[in-house]
Design a protein. Structure first.
Length: 273
């Protein structure tokens, strides 16, 4: 498989504090990688570094070329981005919001081309948002808004799609629709990279990047025993992983029983009626 993204990052810092260290990853085209880990592990920071949104010590290659050497517009055509809590003007019509995804393909101040309109229509149909095309964005629910912003990213028709918490605000049926869409994208050769808290969805990815403490603790397919062991470890073994009809599922579990009270601590007596 051709390489979509290759990282060799010595460090990524925020406010002069290293958030990521020693990140080496190779992600291929036509595959889906899910980045998972506990809160504060550095998942979103890694995705932003891959997208070129943060300065890094090291190098990120996009489609075999140093990301820093890509002209901005060309890079925006090759790699699409959906971030956490993305915003857009509430007064814009939904169709106009999705058309923003076509800006990398348009000349300065040029009107949208027939190809632009076709890409927008397809993206809105893929996210089931076409029926809202004339509504202001501010009139939509959180889940509807998320589907519109996903359509904006899809309208780019990029070879690499980065998504940070794309399932936020989506109900289970639309999460299933998102999963089907991801499978269609990777079948078409797109490299999909997503940060997910929904471990049951992440376990359906081709590979997991498991993070803890600003580093990658494991990178491998969910079917590997080592991958599942690493996933349980970063969540302090508070997960049960079970296989159902060939698919691994994650079930949260309570922490181990608390230790017995010290000998000098007396338990409270039950109140008598």
């Amino acid at each position: 498989m051709k390489i979509a993204i290759n990282t060799d990052l010595q460090a990524v810092a925020l406010q002069e504090q290293n958030i990521l260290t020693d990140i080496e990853l190779t992600l291929t085209q036509g595959s889906w990688t899910a980045i998972v880990g506990p809160n504060g592990a550095g998942k979103s920071t890694l995705l932003r570094a891959i997208a070129g949104l943060l300065p890094v010590q090291g190098r990120v290659d996009l489609l075999g070329r140093d990301l820093a050497q890509w002209p901005a517009k060309e890079r925006a055509r090759a790699m699409a981005w959906l971030g956490q809590n993305e915003t857009s003007s509430n007064e814009l019509r939904v169709y106009e919001v999705v058309m923003l995804g076509r800006l990398p393909h348009q000349a300065w101040l040029a009107p949208p081309s027939p190809a632009d309109h076709a890409a927008v229509a397809l993206a809105m149909q893929q996210t089931q948002s076409w029926d809202w095309r004339d509504r202001p964005l501010g009139q939509l629910s959180g889940g509807e808004r998320q589907r519109v912003l996903l359509a904006r990213a899809l309208a780019v028709q990029a070879r690499v799609l980065l998504m940070d918490e794309p399932l936020a605000h989506l109900d289970p049926p639309h999460q299933a629709d998102w999963l089907e869409l991801v499978r269609e994208l990777i079948a078409a050769g797109v490299a999909v990279v997503s940060v997910l808290h929904e471990l049951n969805m992440a376990l359906q990815a081709d590979t997991l990047v498991i993070m803890q403490g600003g580093q990658v603790s494991w990178h491998g397919a969910p079917k590997l025993v080592q991958t599942r062991a690493a996933l349980q470890a970063v969540f302090d073994h508070r997960l049960h992983l079970v296989e159902v009809q060939g698919q691994w599922l994650s079930l949260p579990c309570a922490p181990a029983a608390a230790p017995a009270p010290a000998s000098n601590v007396r338990p409270l007596k039950a109140q008598q009626d």
